[in-house]
Design a protein around this ligand. Sequence first.
Ligand code: KPL
Length: 303
Amino acid sequence: MSIGIIGAGAIGQLLFAQLNTGTSNAHKIHLISRSPQSFIQPMSFTGLDNNTQHGSVEILGQDAAEIAQLDLLIVCVKAYQVVETITPVIDRLKPNCQIMLLHNGMGPHRNVAELLQHYPDMGLSLATTSQGALKNAPWNVSHTGNGKTLIGHYCGQPLAEHFKSFLLEQIPNATWHANITTALWQKLVINCAINPLTAFYQCKNGQLAEACYQTEILTIIEECITVAKLDGIDLTNVDMVTMVDEVIHFTANNTSSMLQDINHQRPTEIAYISGYVVARAQYHGIQTPANLTCLQRIQALEH
Ligand code: KPL
């Protein structure tokens, strides 16, 4: 079984370490970079137990022959890079290769599903994780927090049972979800409520527990639930408010990914977070002013 992880960010390197732990030679796990040539890279990974492992790893380039042998390609790039990452390699994948997307936000799965209509033997799975990982340097990652990883089938050929069990055994607290889009919507609502607010108020997640933010958070959540319902996903207000409160509480000391992106002048995933809700609302002919405000304010900061 050959698995490729494309996108060597914090989560990509964390997964690489987790999928390699205790793996026999029967499974080949590759990290794939976006450069054309393969190269040997010294890497280090620090686990939750503070043990650091150092090693040299071959990072496959886009032209590597091994890409044609992959049974599963896990795509761990930012939402706005998903389509441009998959498009150049898809023709070189095995006809029955499985693809799995793992990123914040929603939207690219619709584009990839369209692409897969031309590859009837492939399948698409989606995943979301709340594991914490920190990139200390380009090839030096620490696992900073336990979290849940939810995986499920989205379209095309289903993931074979031996893949499912391998992923669920190797990734701590990973579970399989028959309806992964509901899980992704729940994560989306959490990101809609936390990420933009932390980015424009320049605060840690925990500060959003203060009373002055509650009306704004509740309005964002309500709008998301209305749009999710029109998309066929039933979320309840009580559940979503509780989930958002829990994440604010458990990640109180976190700097959200969007605040980090804004402060490092990197593009954010806002178009796939608040922007996805606004786009689906427009599709259904309704307005979502609180999410639209989040989208516009972050886009203004990006520029
Ligand atoms: O996913 C996150 C992010 O920062 O992108 C949350 C859940 C808000 C944790 O920081």
